[in-house]
Design a protein around this ligand. Sequence first.
Ligand SMILES: Nc1ncnc2c1ncn2[C@@H]1O[C@H](COP(=O)(O)OP(=O)(O)OP(=O)(O)O)[C@@H](O)[C@H]1O
Ligand SMILES: [Mg+2]
Length: 404
Amino acid sequence: MRLDQVVYSVDGWLSAERFLGAGTRTYSKYADITDISSAFHPQHGNTSFRVPSFRVPAALGRLRTNGIASELPGYYHDGERLLLPVHPDALACADLVGREELLECEPGPDFEVIPLANARTVFVVAIDGVDIRPHQLKLHYPRRISRFTRRLREPMIELELWVADELAALGTPFLAEVCGGIFGSGGDAWGFIVREAPPLAAGRYTVPLFALYGGDIRAPQDPTLLEQLVEVGSETAETFIAERIVAPMIRLWVRAAVSAGCLLEPHGQNTLVSFTADARDIEVRYRDCGVYIDPVIRRRLGLNRPLPPMNVIGSDLRAPAAGIRSLTYDSFMGHHALDYLAELARKRFGADPDVLHEAARIVYASAVEGFPEPLLPDTVYYYDDAAPPERWRLKDTGIRPHWR
Ligand SMILES: Nc1ncnc2c1ncn2[C@@H]1O[C@H](COP(=O)(O)OP(=O)(O)OP(=O)(O)O)[C@@H](O)[C@H]1O
Ligand SMILES: [Mg+2]
């Protein structure tokens, strides 16, 4: 994709989500597995497709909001009933929880959506044929995409809305998750989450981080966005990557961790980069509030807001805090994303990865200053490949981290 040929920033974003990930999913043996049907596949499917919905009475479903003001919840409740969009692949699952009751509900309007990089989150552009304020919709998907089966059950919905409140209070640059719908009751109740779209103003581009280092599957000969940005900007590739991308990512992760005990997962799909065409003004933004919570950090800060129902270290999670912190910082951010950027910069610009690593160490050391103990362990933790797709376990890889 050539930036100088992108006319509308929304088209640039959606093309980047769908097509600029070539070569970016080699970080684990599960990364490229997906059960998504070809019609709804972000690369092979249609540009847009229809997601059916149901009008769910109060006895069967409800809408949850959080403290973030938004007009988006208004699309999902008519005052009496929840409007529940269901991914067509989920609806086709014979064992979808509550399927019989669901099919007895009055059908609602179709949502016109465009698939995003992770397939189960879609970009809604119209409801019932009428253009609406575009936004992201994260859907229950009881089939497998990459490592996990992508169910979206009530505790996860509550967690994400809780985390969104925390990040909003911290002033984190992120895509706010503003409401969630829940169908059914008990441990298997499932639903959806509504998330604001990235700012898509004229003259500004927003892309997922992987689109900076990924190839274009439609035009493999095109230079990557990283190359185009370095070309047009006034900085070397090393300075550009170290100061515009790596430093803000590290600060974002550390701040959410030490100020709220929220362990963000800034890999290539969860991190968005927005920039002007002259590469002068660059912002890093986070999305995906489905993260782990570190209650020890929160207690030390005197934060006593009741904790969410899942992903809390020491409650439903038995893995040690140090391991989960490393999983998110070293493996998701470092190994899954920054290593690719460094490798591309080495190949195309002769940039020395050690220079980038050293710059990261300085930023990390300064960001954690004042934190009373080592925030991260001496070695890198990652998933043990023996467990998926329903469960996971961590292992100490013994590898020394290089982005801190
Ligand atoms: N280049 C990429 N790098 C990392 N993940 C990618 C990439 N392209 C697509 N993905 C997909 O993105 C998903 C990342 O998983 P993750 O748990 O962060 O997101 P999610 O829960 O599906 O939803 P969301 O980010 O919308 O909250 C995986 O399904 C992965 O296969
Ligand atoms: Mg994600």
